[in-house]
Design a binder for this molecule. Structure first.
Ligand SMILES: Cc1cc2nc3c(=O)[nH]c(=O)nc-3n(C[C@H](O)[C@H](O)[C@H](O)COP(=O)(O)OP(=O)(O)OC[C@H]3O[C@@H](n4cnc5c(N)ncnc54)[C@H](O)[C@@H]3O)c2cc1C
Length: 499
């Protein structure tokens, strides 16, 4: 048996990683030190790009069946509506945010993983590891205390914000912990009717308060509660001595009425908690055969609901590359593109989340007035609404500066309407896809590079284009019809034994 790739952490990112590697026939082991999966709703929003990528994984339907489609966001200040932005124009078959508690997302991913006969090994903890030539030696501790030495060709740290893998690599989690307290409540709401398909964000001098529709008629409330006295922590861990008491329903009720200017009646809380926001990111996602993905590599404010989506997309990006390398279909250098691609995305997501959070937290009354004015003015333009929706949905993520990108306009995702077949990268073998209108030459290329290219070329969106699309649906090479030298040199860089 080939050696198993070891995935540490069975959160949404580790589960995606394991399922994607398994789909491509790679042996994996997925461990988690927790005795059971999360029971809380944590990440609520699944965005368009994540759902598109789930199409190629073959598991979107269960998510769509269980989730609630949200079609827009409204912005308010001190009880007055400033603006609405709709998601309908997101350029995707999934032009909405799908609200689904993270606990349900994890259940669905676990069920999807089990279709490959892979089970999570629970109460197994990664304790330490050492990189040896061509292998990583890991020490795993089981529930009964016994320790196991396990050799793996790749160690993937999907082990969350306090990642053992990241600590083991000695990589700094650079950034800061914001000193505001935030409360979170999952409740039922009665009263003046709330749109079921819209997120509502209320700016207020005491701090922002956001209401997110959830499935089964529930609502998630997040509100800032002002500066805490926990002080700044270098580790990002709040000092338990300084944390406020758990919020009560009465406390949340007061905050909601005050900030929304309405008389909503809250009841039946299933989760009441508070949290602090960390804004941190590693400078490198990979060291040799040890790789980080998800919260182990980047954490930030939940504003925009990007954290889990970005982590799942880290896993998707990494899995096909590792699978092609393990299968011997491509040069090991392919892995060098993971860090620059996903680190740039992580940095952008962190910047956006920070900007959104700071906008909500403005303390200066003049700055708040200017913000409200600008929101009212700018959101009157469809172009601004579309920009916000495109950014949040992650459909505009592109790898323009990746070492895997060649040609003007390459790096962007190929929109699903142009697939001319199943999503690139679906099925059991990861392959690039050649898009050309020159059938004969195209077929000669696919025959010459059977380990890299899908067997049949497809028709490009524009006949004058020549495209090589990656197994994750991003355009690797973009050139002009007839410019076969560009295709040749692109594929030679990827091939194991180029002539
Ligand atoms: C209140 C809140 C709201 C949020 N809202 C959103 C949202 O709307 N949208 C969004 O995209 N994101 C949101 N997020 C962020 C989201 O929850 C995280 O980004 C997501 O959980 C990260 O997934 P992960 O798999 O990387 O890590 P985790 O979910 O943290 O999973 C890591 C796993 O690793 C295991 N582990 C850790 N160390 C070890 C070890 N040494 N050995 C074995 N196992 C180990 C842990 O037990 C855990 O199960 C929110 C987060 C919070 C707290």
């Amino acid at each position: 048996m080939m050696s198993q790739i070891l995935i540490v952490g069975a959160g949404p990112v580790g589960l995606t990683m394991a399922a994607e590697l398994a789909r491509f026939g790679q042996p994996v082991r997925i461990i988690d030190r927790a005795p059971h999966a999360t029971e809380t709703s944590k990440a609520l929003a699944l965005w368009s790009r994540t759902l598109e990528l789930m199409d190629r994984m073959g598991c979107t339907t269960g998510f769509l069946d269980g989730g609630l489609k949200v079609h827009g966001v409204s912005l308010h200040s001190h009880g007055h509506t400033l603006a609405h932005a709709r998601f309908d124009d997101i350029h995707s078959p999934y032009n909405f945010a799908l609200m689904l508690p993270q606990s349900e997302t994890e259940k669905l991913l676990t069920a999807h993983l089990s279709t490959y006969s892979i089970a999570i090994e629970r109460e197994v903890e990664l304790v330490s590891f050492v990189q040896r030539p061509a292998v990583v030696e890991t020490r795993l501790r089981h529930a009964d205390g016994h320790e196991e030495i396990f050799m793996t060709p790749w160690l993937i740290g999907c082990d969350g914000a306090h990642s053992t893998v990241r600590h083991g690599l000695g990589i700094e989690f650079a950034g800061s912990t914001l000193d505001d307290d935030w409360l979170l409540a999952d409740v039922r709401i009665d009263g003046p009717s709330l749109p079921e398909d819209e997120i509502a964000i209320h700016f207020h001098k005491d701090g922002p308060c956001a209401l997110f529709p959830m499935p089964q008629g529930r609502t998630r409330i997040i509100a800032s509660m002002g500066k805490s006295n926990m002080g700044k922590s270098d580790t990002g861990k709040p000092n338990p001595d300084h944390l406020p008491a758990e919020p009560t329903l009465a406390m949340v009720q007061t905050v909601v009425n005050n900030r929304t200017g309405t008389k909503l009646l809250l009841s039946d809380p299933t989760w009441l908690t508070h949290f602090h926001i960390n804004e941190r990111k590693v400078s490198e996602y990979r060291n040799g055969r040890v790789i980080l993905a998800g919260d182990a590599a980047h954490i930030h404010s939940p504003a925009g609901g990007q954290g889990m989506n970005t982590g799942i997309q880290d896993a998707v990006n990494l899995a096909w590359k590792l699978a092609m390398i393990m299968r011997g279909d491509t040069t090991p250098a392919l892995i060098d593109s993971y860090d620059p691609e996903r680190s740039a995305v992580g940095a952008m997501v962190l910047r956006n989340a920070t900007t959104l959070t700071s906008m909500g937290l403005l303390a200066n009354p003049i700055a708040r007035e200017i913000r409200d004015l600008m929101v009212r003015l700018l959101f009157g333009f469809h172009a601004v609404q579309d920009r916000l929706a495109a950014t949040m949905s992650e459909v505009e993520i592109a790898y323009a500066h990746s070492p895997l990108t060649a040609g003007s306009g390459a790096g962007a995702r190929l929109a699903p309407e142009h697939y001319d077949g199943p999503p690139p990268g679906s099925g059991t073998v990861p392959r690039f896809v050649l898009f050309t209108t020159d059938d004969q030459t195209g077929e000669a290329f696919t025959a010459n590079y059977p380990h890299l290219l899908e067997a049949r070329p497809r028709i490009p969106p524009r006949p004058e284009e020549l495209l090589v699309v990656r197994p994750d649906g991003y355009i690797g090479l973009r050139s002009k019809r007839g410019h076969w030298n560009d295709v040749e040199s692109y594929l030679k860089r990827l091939a194991i034994n180029p002539e």
